[in-house]
Design a binder for this molecule. Structure first.
Ligand code: ACM
Ligand code: ZN
Length: 779
């Protein structure tokens, strides 16, 4: 027995020798020494100051969870110690600086503040070996045999930004208290200090407010949820909801405070208010007007009242009435309880995406506009936010809102959260307002981190590299303006995120990249070095038993025209340093080693695998339909909208017919209100007898079929002749096709007319419709 234990001990120490210092976020300064400290179950955490006890307990909880043992906490250090010491000698109060020294005898962590010392604990955790030792045995006395080598280092460190945040939407989908705590732990492990908790929205009210019980009995539940991507393939007709009790909220706020994290609640107003209105219809401009049920979201049955908690996603016109003083009395009543629960100086009131349609026709709202001498409904929104700000300021709190609060005039002391890009943040900083940057690109973590996502996401592509490259301080700001940028935050909206495992998959590893954006000095940021440290971080996620995306280490594909335009090339790549790529030209074709981009000259479903240590760790497939247009030269008369540029004109002849709708927006060229005209050069005169144009039809997302499609041929590319056929061609949900008697041509022109403005009675009525095209086939 003793021999076995010795071997295990030796193995562990041996494994850890020569360990690199792979801390994320990268500290300000790291000097490596020669030796190491051996942390074992005999090590004592010395805490002289009770203010550091929570940090010691955090370390203990981590050691217990990940390595299966914990340490004694004592006031005195003996030999073999981890000593925590908070100077409270605060040179830079908002910096939370710490230093960390590891020598053969022990570990010294000294913080300027308790938060600083706590951050030092996080760096120590990352000096521990990323090895799973949980299966190893304990000694007869119950003590662990595990010893952990901590490399000798001297670290000096402090954060770049004072606001380092992560957001979580619990309205669209809700997560258990145990997971909220885990999420807060993830923030702590990344040295983040704000948790933005999005507690109310159209699809559910999630915080107990004792004064208004209907918020819990009615507002917290919806009768169903759309199936699949908006606008949905039906309704699951399953009641969904719940709320956090005040006791649970207090527990979470305390849990976060022990980790030096502030929980900033968000109570949405004046829009995204359907759940509150379902509970108290008098909050609406039109209490007797039934909730509009979006088409394609079949209404559930049940005996709900006239107003309903929404079962689909989007932006809704039924918002809080700004003309009714009762609305403000209600919101102040809600806030009174919210403020008692959340000590946060910052209170988020939403303010985004508030349609003005009801305000325009509501006598009370119009009365308010007159009475207050406001110019329009934007100023009415500004009035709304300013009135709430007065209330919050009078209670010593600061109002935070999404960048729409700029419209109609910013409340005097408001903090702006810039999400529609950075423009709102830049404007606010120039008006000397504090700003938190959360631009959709690249810090909306509900967007995908892979081009080949196989489950439904909200769309958009924010890969790890883009998150890492983000700088919260826009280059155009002068230094005296830049100082208003408090920091940044990633947002996680949960329409398509139902479970904790999915939350983890969406945030990791992007949250690690963001932590470096927020913490590490700009000049120390280094993608190559982050990439080097990433595999160790992925091992840590495994120690935490956290799900994560390996998109970055998986397969990536791109399609380009072949050099002689005889087809297309399928190019596969991986960031994985050692795995091999194999490819197959079809499910039953043999797998061969990938050495160069694959020439796709025949239709079929091509496959690629990433093989590591004999097993497939990632795979992808791509269906190609090869025809006479595939890979040929193509020109467009006018460019698509910059929002939907696809892969340029080549998108239309890349051999790929979109199969997943807007999950892969890159497959499409989008034309907003305009027509598509493309000319394809077949390279030489060819005999052809049919042409087909693929498009997308999603009226609820303003995307319409073309009103007409015409095809023309030419031998010189100048003089085109219209292709006439016996019929007008066939139109389906996905394509228009024309068959004609065989003719010889070198050039084919396709003209698809935009549907024009959206007809009345539809989503977006009166606006320009979109034409989305994805492929042209010529046979
Ligand atoms: C937002 O994403 N509507 C703030
Ligand atoms: Zn009104």
């Amino acid at each position: 027995m003793r021999i076995l234990l010795l071997i295990i001990t030796f193995f562990l120490i041996n494994f850890c020798r020569g360990q690199k210092v792979d801390i994320i976020p990268q500290p300000v300064s790291v000097q490596k020494g020669g030796g190491s400290f051996t942390l074992s179950s005999n090590t004592v955490i010395a805490v002289r100051d009770e203010g550091d006890r929570k940090a010691a307990e955090f370390l203990n909880a981590y050691l217990q969870e990940v390595y299966g043992f914990k340490l004694d906490i004592d006031k005195q250090e003996g030999k073999n110690y981890i000593r925590l010491y908070t100077r409270k000698f605060i040179k830079a109060p908002d910096k939370d600086a710490y230093s960390l020294y590891v020598s053969g005898e022990g570990v010294n962590i000294e913080g300027d503040t308790y938060a600083g010392t706590f951050h030092g604990i996080q760096s120590l955790i990352q000096l521990l070996p990323p090895t799973d030792v949980r299966g190893l045995m304990k000694r007869a006395d119950g003590k662990s045999v595990v010893t952990l080598a901590v490399p000798s280092v001297a670290i000096q460190d402090y954060p770049r930004f004072k606001y380092r945040g992560m957001h979580l939407d619990v309205a669209r989908h809700m997560f258990p208290v145990s997971f909220i705590k885990k999420y807060i732990d993830y923030l702590a492990l990344h040295k983040m200090n704000y948790f933005h908790w999005h507690l109310t929205d159209d699809q559910g009210w999630r915080i107990e407010i004792k004064k208004y019980p209907e918020l819990m009995t009615t507002g917290a539940y919806r009768n169903g949820t759309i199936i699949g991507r908006f606008p949905g393939k039906g309704n699951d007709n399953t009641r969904y909801g719940g709320f956090y009790t005040q006791e649970e909220v207090r527990e979470i706020v305390r849990y976060a405070a022990d980790r030096h994290i502030t929980v900033m609640p968000e109570i949405e107003m004046p829009g995204h208010a359907s759940a509150a209105i379902a509970a108290y219809p008098w909050l609406s401009c039109f209490p007797n007007k039934p909730t509009v049920i979006t088409r394609n979201t079949p209404a559930t049955g049940g005996n709900q009242g006239i107003k309903r908690v929404q079962e689909t996603w989007g932006v809704f016109e039924d918002v809080f009435c700004a003309g009714n003083d009762s609305t403000f009395m209600f919101l102040e009543g809600v806030m009174e309880e919210v403020l008692a629960l959340f000590p946060s100086r910052y209170i988020h009131v939403g303010g985004d995406e508030c349609p003005k349609a009801h305000w325009k026709i509501c006598p009370k709202c119009q009365g308010r506009i007159k009475e207050e001498g406001l110019k329009d409904e934007h100023q009415l929104q500004s009035y709304f936010i300013q009135r709430m700000e007065k209330y919050l300021n009078s209670r010593d709190r600061v109002l935070v809102g999404w960048d729409e609060i700029l419209e109609g005039g910013l409340a005097p002391n408001a903090v702006v959260m810039s999400w529609r890009g950075e423009a709102g943040g830049i404007t606010a900083a120039r008006q000397k307002h504090d700003v938190i940057m959360t631009p959709q690109k690249p810090v909306y973590f509900d967007h995908t981190q892979t081009r080949t996502e196989d489950s439904v996401t909200i769309g958009g592509y924010n890969p790890l590299e883009a998150v890492y490259a983000y700088d919260p301080v826009p280059a155009e700001l002068k230094p005296e303006e830049a100082k208003y940028i408090m920091g940044a935050q990633a947002n996680l909206w949960t329409e398509y995120i139902k479970y904790p495992s999915r939350v983890e998959y969406m945030v990791f590893p992007r949250m690690s990249a963001l932590s470096e954006v927020l913490w590490t000095p700009k000049e120390k940021k280094n993608w190559q070095d982050f990439e080097r440290r990433l595999p160790v971080q992925l091992k840590r996620y495994e120690l935490w038993r956290a799900h994560y995306s390996n998109a970055y280490l998986g397969l990536a594909a791109s399609v380009t025209p072949s050099p002689n335009n005889t087809g297309v090339l399928w190019k596969i790549s991986t960031q994985h340093k050692t795995a091999r790529i194999t490819v197959q030209r079809g499910p039953s074709a043999p797998a061969t080693a990938y050495t160069k981009p694959l020439a796709v000259t025949a239709s079929g479903t091509y496959q690629a695998q990433l093989v590591y240590n004999g097993s497939t760790i990632s795979s992808m497939q791509q269906k190609f339909d090869v025809n006479k247009a595939t890979g040929k030269k193509i020109t467009l008369k006018s460019a698509p909208s910059p929002t939907y540029p696809g892969d340029g004109a080549f998108t239309l002849v890349n051999g790929i017919v979109n199969e997943t709708g807007l999950d892969n927006p890159k497959d499409f060229l989008g034309f907003n209100g305009s027509d598509m005209e493309a000319v394809i050069d077949l390279g030489k005169p060819q005999k052809i007898n049919s042409a087909r144009l693929y498009f997308l039809r999603l009226p609820d997302s303003w995307i319409y079929r073309p009103s007409s499609v015409r095809y023309y041929t030419s031998s010189d590319g100048k003089n085109f002749e219209s292709v006439i056929s016996a019929s007008n061609g066939a139109i389906t949900e996905r394509y228009h096709e024309l068959s004609f008697s065989p003719r010889t041509a070198r050039y084919v022109k396709v003209v698809a007319k935009n549907h024009g403005s959206i007809p009345q009675g539809n989503e977006g009525a009166g606006k320009d419709s979109w034409l989305f095209v994805d492929e042209i086939q010529v046979k």
